[in-house]
Design a protein around this ligand. Structure first.
Ligand code: F6R
Length: 239
């Protein structure tokens, strides 16, 4: 596990964009992508790079980690909308190469199966991750088995509270999500985890220094052969 500590959020994103670009330049690759506040600056840099250097996404395929259950795909807070607003609408990616799980279909079990089968065929060359204040990766909350595959998860109170900043009121925040399981995430060839801010410091400390245990799902990454963690000083403040 390689840990890179940068002075601030912008520098963290700069460093992350170099790691991502190295993979993107190989062209015929699969990117595992994440949503949330953390990767926004990285996506901005990738869009800038596409515009300035004409880096192409024509042959790139993507698989996203997760999606809320119970809101339509075109909802302003869906992860489908997020990904289009932050990245997909601004690069030359082919829409048919974009893959996200759907949280707005009737048969969610069937959707889990569909996405899981898709992931078995599309192994990410790099999987981008954020980390929850409680150590979650994707929406794999503390207590999730390390051999889990795509499933419907109940979001924990802390996650619902953290995510409420994007909704008018806390009652509007979805309480369930469809997420890649931990085994799906670990199947990626390379993993890039980003964290910024003091509210991530405990989780980063546990990830780097704690025992590998299901109560901090991110600790599983220590079992992966190729992980890069880029954090800012605040997120690294307890190391
Ligand atoms: C997002 C995801 C989550 C976030 C995590 C951190 O697709 O799966 O694990 O990465 O909740 O979120 P932010 O970046 O908003 O702090």
């Amino acid at each position: 596990m390689k840990i890179i500590i940068k002075d601030n959020y912008n520098q963290m994103c700069e460093e992350a964009s170099k790691v991502m670009k190295e993979v993107i330049l190989k062209e015929d690759v699969i990117l595992g992508l994440a949503t949330g506040s953390t990767p926004i600056g990285l996506y901005k840099l990738l869009v800038e790079d596409h515009k300035t250097n004409k880096t192409s996404y024509k042959k790139i395929q993507t698989v996203n980690l997760d999606e809320y259950v119970g809101i339509p795909q075109n909802h302003e807070q869906s992860y489908f909308t997020f990904m289009h607003e932050q990245l997909f609408n601004h690069v030359d990616i082919d829409p048919k190469n974009i893959n996200l799980p759907r949280g707005d279909v009737k048969d969610l079990n069937k959707e889990c199966q569909r996405y899981n089968e898709l992931l078995a065929k599309k192994i990410a060359d790099i999987q981008l991750l954020g980390i929850g204040g409680n150590g979650h990766i994707g929406f794999n909350e503390p207590g999730t088995a390390f051999d889990s595959v795509t499933y419907i998860t109940d979001l924990q109170e802390k996650t619902i509270q953290d995510n409420s900043r994007f909704f008018d009121k806390i009652e509007d925040v979805p309480t369930k999500a469809i997420t890649m399981g931990i085994a799906n995430i670990m199947a990626a060839k390379k993993i890039l985890l980003l964290a910024s801010g003091v509210n991530k410091a405990e989780a980063i400390k546990e990830l780097v220094l704690g025992d590998i245990n299901i109560n901090c799902p991110a600790t599983v990454l220590r079992n992966h052969p190729d992980v890069v963690i880029i954090v800012d000083k605040d997120a690294a403040s307890l190391l």
